[in-house]
Design a protein around this ligand. Structure first.
Ligand code: SAH
Length: 245
């Protein structure tokens, strides 16, 4: 296994931030642990050190760039949920960089959650919890519904499906960051049309270019502005099979 690149200049120029030495060591160990667990449980196809740096570390953190360059005390203790975390992305890099946040790592596939639980134990990452359940179920549980400050979703399906998973979990004023690749005017119009039904509003669409391979990324940021009606999210499987239109 290779050493991870530092790319301090690339962090700095793209996100106006750089990892500390301790965080860089955590990233290196995360890389090693994910590769080790990946032998047993298929967590990721991204395995070279440069790819891991760009597509897992950098990409996970670019979605929370506004908080990276912001040291205001009120952002100290966010309650975050990573919906469909898979191999722990974007949740694990975020947990490493924001030790005062608490990150609930949610995935419908129990064996993935079991695998990343082991990774977190080995790394000593303590500001995380594990939800081996579907978003459609968790979002109807009173201890989770409308309680999160921030929801993160990367590669979890159509954007309207993601909105239906995320908005019921957010408190009023909370935000969701939907990590997207390409982003079209049609998608944006389709999303804007359904957000009012979920109590959401489109806050911003930020675009970024990945620093090593110049891929395109968009972060679609939603804000919760009204309570979400109890009927959302719909029953397990429905939001993905029949996204709201
Ligand atoms: N976010 C990770 C993984 C993306 S793969 C990354 O970007 O690398 C999508 C993951 O979402 C899968 O692990 C799948 O099990 C999970 N998933 C899909 N639908 C879900 C749902 N309704 N609730 C919870 N997890 C879900």
């Amino acid at each position: 296994m290779d050493r991870l690149p530092m790319h301090g200049d690339r962090w700095q120029s793209s996100l106006h931030w750089q990892p500390t030495d301790a965080q860089q060591q955590d990233f290196q160990q995360l890389y090693a642990e994910i590769l080790a667990v990946n032998q047993q449980v298929n967590l990721t196809r991204i395995t070279t050190s440069e790819d891991f740096w760009e597509k897992h570390l950098w990409d996970s953190l670019q979605g929370v760039a506004p908080w990276l360059s912001d040291s205001q005390p009120e952002v100290a203790g966010l309650r975050v949920v990573d919906i469909g975390t898979g191999g722990g992305f974007p949740g694990l890099p975020v947990a490493i960089v924001f030790p005062h946040w608490t990150i609930a790592l949610m995935d419908a596939t129990r064996k993935k959650i079991t695998a990343i639980e082991l990774v977190c134990q080995n790394l000593g990452i303590a500001n995380v919890s594990f939800l081996p359940q579907r978003a459609e179920q968790v979002a109807h549980q009173p201890t989770h519904r409308e309680t999160y400050d921030l929801a993160l979703l990367r590669a979890v399906g159509p954007v309207n499906t993601c909105a239906e998973y995320a908005l019921p979990l957010l408190r009023l004023g909370g935000q969701a960051v939907l990590y997207r690749g390409q982003w079209t005017a049609d998608e944006e119009a389709g999303l804007a049309a359904i957000l009012p039904r979920l109590g959401g509003k489109l806050r911003s669409v930020r675009s970024q270019t990945t620093p090593l391979t110049q891929g395109i990324r968009h972060n679609v940021v939603l804000t919760k502005v009204d309570r979400t009606p109890d009927k959302f999210p719909r029953r397990p499987g429905i939001p993905a099979k029949t996204p709201l239109v």
